[in-house]
Design a protein. Structure first.
Length: 163
C-alpha cells in the first residue's frame, strides 16, 4: 500500500539561528520547472477558491525566492536523511528558523509539506483539497515562495519579507 502524507504550518512571527548543515541532496523538479510551479500556484491565487468551507478571494501573485527555496531544500533533505515527516526539523527547527538560516529576512513565513504525490501538479491538488494547506497557498500576506522536491518529499515555503 502506498501512503501519502501532507501537512502544513501557519504563519510564524518569530525566528532563531541554527547550526550549519553541509550534506545535502540537490532539489529534483521532475517535469515541472520553477516557473511552471509558480504559474500553477499563481493561477490558483488569481481565481480564488474554497479552502474547506471558507471562500478565499483572489490574491496577488507570488514571486519566486531563492532563499525560501534554499530553506525548503534544507528541510526536504533533513526529512530524507533522518527518515521523518514533520514540520519540526530533526534539530528542533521550524520554518522561521530555516528561513532565517537561509538568509531570508522575513515578517511572516509559512510552509506546506507533502510526501508521496510524485508530481508538483498532484501535490498542489492535494494541498488545495486540504483546508490548512489551501489557506497557506491563498494567504494574502504571503508575497514570495520557494519549493524543493527531494525523492518523495515536497516542501513549499512562503514568506513576506521584512520591509
Amino acid at each position: 500500500m502506498f501512503a501519502v502524507k501532507i501537512t502544513f504550518t501557519a504563519a510564524l512571527l518569530c525566528f532563531a539561528i541554527l547550526p550549519s548543515n553541509t550534506h545535502t541532496v540537490p532539489a529534483i523538479f521532475a517535469e515541472t520547472s520553477k516557473d511552471e510551479m509558480l504559474d500553477l500556484v499563481n493561477r490558483l491565487r488569481a481565481k480564488g477558491c474554497h479552502c474547506g468551507g471558507k471562500y478565499m478571494p483572489p490574491v496577488k501573485p507570488l514571486v519566486w525566492n531563492a532563499r525560501l527555496e534554499k530553506a525548503a531544500l534544507a528541510h526536504a533533505n533533513d526529512m530524507l536523511r533522518n527518515n521523518f515527516f514533520a514540520h519540526k526539523g530533526s534539530n528542533g527547527s521550524n520554518i522561521g528558523d530555516r528561513a532565517s538560516k537561509a538568509g531570508y529576512k522575513w515578517y511572516a513565513v509559512g510552509e506546506n509539506i507533502a510526501e508521496g504525490y510524485g508530481s508538483f501538479q498532484a501535490t498542489l491538488l492535494a494541498w488545495k483539497a486540504s483546508p490548512g494547506h489551501c489557506r497557506n497557498i491563498m494567504h494574502v500576506g504571503h508575497k514570495e515562495m520557494g519549493v524543493a522536491h527531494v525523492k518523495d518529499f515536497w516542501v513549499q515555503d512562503f514568506g513576506s519579507p521584512m520591509k
